[in-house]
Design a binder for this molecule. Structure first.
Ligand SMILES: NC(=O)c1ccc[n+]([C@@H]2O[C@H](COP(=O)([O-])OP(=O)(O)OC[C@H]3O[C@@H](n4cnc5c(N)ncnc54)[C@H](OP(=O)(O)O)[C@@H]3O)[C@@H](O)[C@H]2O)c1
Length: 289
C-alpha cells in the first residue's frame, strides 16, 4: 500500500524502521529504482497497489551541487516530476520532503520564522533544485503533501551530530559558526509525523513545515552535543575540546547557506496537534548517542 522511495538514506532508514514497527505494508526502494527514469518507476509499480508514496530520495550534497548542477536537478526536479506524474496517473497520495533552503534566510525580527506562504528565494543550487521539485509537484498534482524540514540528524549517514562526535574524538579544537540559526530535527520525529499523515488517512493536502521545537545556532548546538557526549562518557574525562564560535565569513563553503533557517510549525501543529505536541517539545535530542 505504501511505497517508500529513498529507504537507504538518513531519513528513509528511520521511516522504514517505523513502517516495520507499525506493521504497515510497504515496498521500499533506493538508487536501484532510479527516480530520474520514468520507465523504471512504471516498471516497478506496474503490478503493485499503491495508495501512498513517501519520497525521501534526493540529491542532498549541498556544496557538491554547486558543480554538479545537472545531477542535482536531474534528481530533485526531474526525478520528483516523474514521481508526481506516476502519482497522478495512479491516484497515489504523495508525501514529498523538501527543505528550508528554498528560502534565502534573510527574514528578520518578530516574524523571522518562515511560514508556508512566505516568498521562496533559494540562494544555492541545492535549494533551487528542491524548489524546482516542489513546483513540478504543484503542476502535476491537485493534492500533495510537501513537508519542508531543516537541520536533520539521525542514526544513519553523515549529519552535524555525527560529524561533531567524530571531531571531538579526533581534534583538540574546532570552529563552528554562530550566526546561522535554525532548529535541529531528529529524523525519527519527522518519520513519526509522516506516518501520522498516513495513519490518519489524511487528505489535508498542502505544504507543511516540520522541525523540532526551539531555535539555536550551529555553535550552540555543537556545545550541547559536546556536553551530552561528556555526560555519556563518549569522550574521555581527560579529553578537552575547545569549541570556538566564528562567523560565516570565516568558514567559506562552496554553497551559500541561509542565515535564518527557522520554520514556523503553526500549521502542522494545528492540523495534528495531539501528535506534534509530543514530538517537537524537546530541543537538542541526541537519543542515538
Ligand atoms: N539532511 C538534511 O539536513 C535535510 C534538511 C532539509 C531537508 N532535507 C530533505 O530530506 C530528504 C531526506 O534527506 P536525507 O538527508 O535523508 O537524504 P540522503 O541521506 O541523502 O538520502 C537520499 C537517498 O536517495 C538516494 N538516491 C540517490 N539517487 C537516487 C535515484 N536516482 N533514485 C532513487 N534514489 C536515489 C540516495 O542514494 P545515495 O546516497 O547512494 O546517493 C540516498 O539513499 C531529502 O529530500 C532532503 O532534501 C534534508
Amino acid at each position: 500500500m505504501i511505497w517508500l522511495i529513498g529507504n537507504k538514506g538518513m531519513l528513509g532508514n528511520d521511516v522504514e524502521k517505523l513502517l516495520k514497527e507499525r506493521g504497515l505494508i510497504y515496498w521500499a526502494s533506493d538508487k536501484e529504482i532510479d527516480i530520474s527514469d520514468y520507465k523504471v518507476l512504471e516498471k516497478f509499480g506496474k503490478d503493485k497497489e499503491i495508495k501512498w508514496i513517501i519520497n525521501c530520495a534526493g540529491y542532498t550534497r549541498v556544496d557538491k551541487a554547486e558543480e554538479e548542477i545537472d545531477e542535482a536537478f536531474k534528481l530533485n526536479k526531474d526525478g520528483v516530476r516523474n514521481i508526481a506524474i506516476f502519482s497522478a496517473k495512479r491516484q497515489i497520495r504523495l508525501i514529498h520532503i523538501s527543505t528550508d533552503y528554498v528560502f534565502d534566510g534573510r527574514q528578520e525580527g518578530d516574524a523571522a520564522a518562515y511560514t508556508e506562504d512566505d516568498k521562496t528565494h533559494p540562494i544555492n543550487i541545492y535549494g533551487k533544485s528542491k524548489l524546482a521539485g516542489e513546483e513540478e509537484i504543484k503542476k502535476m498534482l491537485e493534492g500533495y503533501f510537501i513537508i519542508r524540514t531543516a537541520w536533520l540528524y539521525g542514526f544513519h549517514g553523515n549529519n552535524f551530530v555525527s560529524i561533531m562526535l567524530r571531531s571531538f574524538k579526533e581534534k583538540e579544537a574546532i570552529k563552528v559558526v554562530d550566526d546561522q540559526w535554525g532548529s535541529p530535527t531528529y529524523t525519527v520525529d519527522l518519520a513519526g509525523a509522516i506516518l501520522k499523515i498516513i495513519e490518519d488517512d489524511s487528505v489535508k493536502y498542502g505544504i507543511y513545515h516540520f522541525t523540532n521545537e526551539g531555535v539555536t545556532n550551529w555553535y550552540k548546538f555543537a556545545r550541547a552535543i559536546y556536553s551530552k557526549a561528556k555526560k555519556l562518557n563518549l569522550i574521555s574525562d581527560s579529553k578537552k575540546v575547545v569549541i570556538k564560535a566564528i562567523k560565516t565569513e570565516e568558514y567559506p563553503t562552496a554553497a551559500a547557506r541561509p542565515r535564518n533557517s527557522i520554520l514556523s510549525k503553526e500549521i502542522i501543529a494545528k492540523q495534528w496537534s495531539s501528535y506534534i505536541g509530543k514530538s517537537i517539545t524537546e530541543i537538542f535530542r541526541v537519543h542515538f548517542i
